[in-house]
Design a protein around this ligand. Structure first.
Ligand code: IPE
Ligand code: IPE
Ligand code: MG
Length: 246
């Protein structure tokens, strides 16, 4: 049976997060510069967005550029920023056709002006779509996000908007960049690396992790469905015993 047909449609995770990794290594394997890997990674973004929308995922968050990625060679950073502009411009029509809303998390105001503009335009032009949210984590890091939340919480306490006693897990969640969506049930990382790299630290407290050796540019729909299928066969206990779950 086709792997897609094995996916149980009434048990689809509402939110899937992806650390798209391995573009550089994939390019090197093909004797090409790293940027070639990023360019080919765009096709995987297209496929996985489509795959997620097809099975009814509500939120798909893609880690596209971390705060730490600024440390890469300037040439590569510039290429990534240019590729983002190009991709957003090219894909907006498809997003609209598929009723997908583009969103971003991260300090995207600090991206190069052209990238920030393209992103804002893309979000504006797709803002009324309701089938799925495609969230790009751009200039994102979880520690930045948490520090930022703490600053805003303190400022609201000082400004008498909230009381210190009101600070709870759900209040903190509401101050994070991800406030508009639930925590991811499933997080996928490609390329064989097994770490979070400063991604969704708070939100992944009970997330299921799926690691694959596939490099991002070779990650296809069936790989995505395999991840969802494995997720559906895991037992999520949330601290309880197995007996309590059934
Ligand atoms: C992921 O692939 C893309 C970004 C981080 C922007 P990499 O560029 O990290 O590829 P590797 O890990 O060096 O192979
Ligand atoms: C994480 O990948 C960031 C993105 C996928 C955007 P990296 O390739 O930058 O992660 P590390 O630094 O190797 O952990
Ligand atoms: Mg990497």
């Amino acid at each position: 049976m086709d792997i897609k047909d094995q996916v149980v449609l009434n048990k689809i995770p509402e939110h899937i997060a992806v650390i798209m990794d391995g573009n550089g290594r994939w390019a090197r394997k093909h004797g090409k510069p790293r940027v070639f890997g990023h360019k080919n990674g765009v096709q995987s973004v297209r496929e996985i967005t489509e795959a997620a929308a097809e099975i009814g995922v509500r939120y798909l968050t893609l880690y596209a550029f971390s705060t730490e990625n600024w440390s890469r060679p300037k040439l590569e950073v510039n290429a990534l920023m240019g590729l983002l502009v190009e991709t957003i411009h090219k894909e907006v029509d498809t997003l609209n056709r598929n009723n997908i809303r583009l969103k971003a998390i991260g300090e995207f105001e600090k991206l190069p002006p052209k990238t920030c503009e393209a992103l804002k335009e893309g979000m504006e032009e797709t803002r009324d779509n309701t089938h799925m949210d495609l969230i790009l984590a751009l200039n994102y890091s979880s520690r930045w996000e948490i520090s930022n939340a703490v600053q805003n919480i303190v400022s609201d306490v000082i400004g008498d908007k909230i009381n210190a006693e009101d600070i709870s897990e759900s209040l903190i969640s509401n101050y994070l960049a991800t406030h508009f969506m639930p925590d991811p049930e499933l997080l996928i990382r490609t390329s064989g690396e097994k770490r979070l790299s400063n991604f969704l630290l708070w939100q992944s407290a009970y997330t299921e992790f799926y690691f694959t050796e596939k490099m991002w540019p070779e990650f296809r729909k069936e790989d995505f469905y395999s991840a969802v299928h494995e997720f559906q066969n895991r037992e999520r206990r949330f601290g309880k015993t197995s007996d309590q779950i059934v």
